[in-house]
Ligand binder design. Structure first.
Ligand SMILES: [Zn+2]
Ligand SMILES: [Zn+2]
Length: 339
């Protein structure tokens, strides 16, 4: 029975992990407590669960397979998701320290839309480099910060995106392969059961009654399909973010910028294109600005006599970090040499 309840429990936890950081409801509540107190329990639990399923599969499902090739090949795959999650858990996301701060600062310019200069991290006590983010769970600022991953119990940043993608793709491979193998076990059984007159819900109950191997295969197939779909959605989101040249953190910030633009609260100084600079300001409800210009910005505005105009089109706000899909992908996968 618990094998049937398990997919639901896992779905709630995964939903909370994936969407909890953005929502304000129960997902946020569960995400907050898992991230604060869960720590390494999530990756350890994941490894334990994977280990248990592989054990169940090896003992009860593997003997039901007719293909000798699959019976030989499948056990070689058991360590793959476990090795990739350990690789991710032990990875350095790109923690910014006093020693590498100057190098990290030189990698990306401030776009003055999402990332402003002279913005000090109140915990780390240094100027936050462009594209970085402070993570209270990791207790540090992370270079090229994407998001805090509960499965790996650390942030995903400049140095460990490849470990994160390896984790996502190997897990997807296991779900797809597992789905194919468990389906092939069940499909051999179904014609006989149909011949005996079993249909619909009765057919499902009959599969569960045939034996432990078939019961385990049915439950694993449900898990593989559900978790595989979630995995595909997550990978698709990452591919989209690479395409637009933004991290998960930046996508959230762009959503806020777009919202302000739609409300007519976003203004910018029109600087010539050769400056490769944009100065964006947010007008507050009382007519004042959310920040004042620093001395460098004041010099730019007076030098080019730049007019202040309201941003009405999304095309006016350019993402300076977008260098095309291939270069964006290369940036994310290849750790910069700043250690
Ligand atoms: Zn910090
Ligand atoms: Zn973190």
């Amino acid at each position: 029975m618990w094998l049937l309840v398990l997919p639901g429990v896992i779905l709630v936890v995964v939903y909370s992990i994936v969407y909890g950081s953005k929502s304000r409801g129960s997902g946020r509540f569960i995400w907050h407590y898992i991230s604060r107190y869960g720590g390494y329990l999530v990756p350890i639990g994941y490894i334990g669960l994977m280990g248990y399923f592989f054990y169940e599969f090896h003992r009860h499902c593997l003997p039901l397979l007719q293909s000798a090739t699959h019976r030989l090949w499948i056990p070689l795959n058991y360590p793959i998701p476990i090795v990739t999650i350990i690789w991710g858990v032990l990875s350095d996301p790109g923690l910014i320290t006093r020693a590498n701060h100057a190098k990290v600062m030189s990698v990306y310019p401030y776009d003055r839309i999402l990332f402003m200069p002279m913005n000090e991290c109140r915990t780390c006590h240094f100027e936050k480099p462009a594209r970085s983010r402070h993570c209270s769970t990791c207790n540090g600022c992370i270079a090229l910060a994407d998001h805090h991953c509960l499965f790996l119990n650390r942030c995903i940043g400049a140095n460990n995106y490849k470990q994160f993608m390896a984790f996502l793709f190997t897990t997807l491979y296991i779900f797809i392969y597992g789905g194919i193998v468990t389906s092939s076990i069940l499909l051999r059984l179904i014609p006989d059961l149909l011949e005996q007159g079993h249909r619909g819900r009765d057919l499902f109950r009959s599969i569960l009654r045939v034996g432990r191997g078939y019961r385990a295969a049915a439950c694993m197939l449900i898990l593989c399909v559900l978790l595989g779909i979630i995995n595909v959605v997550f990978i698709a989101a990452q591919v989209k973010y690479i395409y637009v040249g933004a991290t998960t953190n930046e996508v959230t910030k762009w959503e806020d910028v777009n919202e302000l633009m739609d409300e007519g609260k976003l203004y910018m100084y029109e600087l010539p294109a050769e400056t490769k600079q944009s100065i964006v300001l947010q007008r507050l409800s009382d007519g004042t600005w959310h920040r004042s210009l620093n001395s460098q910005e004041q010099q730019l505005v007076s030098k080019y006599k730049a007019p202040l105009v309201q941003i009405t089109s999304h095309e006016s706000v350019h993402n300076i970090y977008d260098e095309g899909f291939r270069r964006n992908l290369k940036t994310r996968l290849c750790s910069p040499n700043w250690k």
